[in-house]
Design a protein around this ligand. Structure first.
Ligand SMILES: [Fe+2]
Length: 315
């Protein structure tokens, strides 16, 4: 009998410590836009953590000082297992919610991209490059950027194109000033589309500023030090994806050509540090980012049909 009591106390203590560790992971999961991202819940999350620690201290106190009988040991053990089950269910729920939210976003963006045959798969391509680049960045550069939120923002970065006429999106030749103005409005339209979603506050500015430039000549002429890191990362991925995929104004170019062009604009258009990390990514990894719908040029270099400034290519 005594052995059973000790066994339940020891195993229950281990489960409680594990519960506290898993609860901290859960709190981190709750910081992205798909899981709420709201600061309103933050206080309750910390209260929950405090109560779990309090429960563990009380558990150990009773175990070592209270001489628990079988009933008490059973109640403590059952409490630990109950918390473990609740945490498991919460993790499952949160992952299901995230997957469904991402699926809805993919559906939404596929509707936008269906209006332009050349754009098919672009957002997924940018998202994949963002994931790849983020994993190669040091923690110091990404401390303010939630990984899941960034993936979501990358997928939705061009959602504002739903407000641009197809005649402009599909136009193969040079665009008039008015048409460029319409194109340049797509980040703003995107933000308006997402305006009603309170938890999207963080990613709204990444989407709004994904065409800002380090030299301050972007869509909103934003100074370099005010451009959020999330927007900078999306800009680098967007540029690589746009150069290497078929667009109305150019044929797909090779990885090598893209890297040459990107290095030429490092520090002026794109964040030079991010470009340095992009260079370190093996070619195979970046090429593998392209969804099947993207027409790639993996071999001989193909000259651009129209030579414009790089910033005009990444719309
Ligand atoms: Fe864009």
């Amino acid at each position: 009998m005594q052995f059973l009591i000790i066994a339940m106390i020891v195993v229950g203590s281990v489960i409680m410590v594990t519960n506290i560790y898993r609860y901290r992971l859960f709190m981190k999961e709750m910081t992205d836009v798909l899981s709420g991202g709201s600061k309103n819940n933050l206080i309750w999350q910390w209260v929950g953590l405090f109560l779990l620690i309090f429960f563990l201290i009380g558990y150990l106190g009773i175990a070592f000082l209270g001489h628990p009988d079988l009933l008490m040991a059973g109640i403590l053990f059952g409490g630990s297992v109950f918390v473990a089950i609740i945490l498991t269910l919460m993790f499952r729920l949160i992952h299901t919610t995230k997957t469904r939210s991402m699926n809805v976003a993919e559906l939404l963006i596929s509707v936008v991209e269906a209006r332009d045959a050349n754009l098919n798969g672009h957002s997924r391509y940018v998202q994949n490059i963002v994931i790849c680049l983020y994993r190669h960045l040091p923690d110091a550069m990404t401390s303010d950027v939630n990984f899941v939120s960034l993936q979501f923002a990358a997928l939705l970065h061009d959602i504002g194109k739903m407000g641009i006429p197809e005649s402009i999106l599909d136009k193969p030749g040079r665009l008039s000033n008015e048409e460029w103005e319409a194109i340049r409005s797509h980040p703003k339209i995107g933000v308006q589309v997402l305006a009603s979603l309170e938890s999207f506050e963080t990613i709204r500015e990444w989407i709004l500023y994904h065409h800002e430039r380090m030299d301050g000549k972007g869509y909103y002429k934003m100074p370099k030090d005010q451009i959020p890191m999330g927007a900078r990362i999306i800009a680098v991925a967007d540029t690589y994806a746009t150069i290497t995929m078929k667009r109305p104004y150019h044929k797909p170019r090779t990885h090598e050509e893209a890297m040459t062009e990107i290095k030429n604009v490092a520090g002026t258009q794109l964040d030079a540090d991010l470009v340095r990390y992009l260079e370190k990514i093996p070619k195979e990894e970046l090429v593998a980012c392209a969804p099947e719908t993207i027409e790639m040029n993996l071999g001989i270099a193909v000259p651009a049909v129209i030579t414009e400034d790089t910033d005009e290519k990444t719309v």
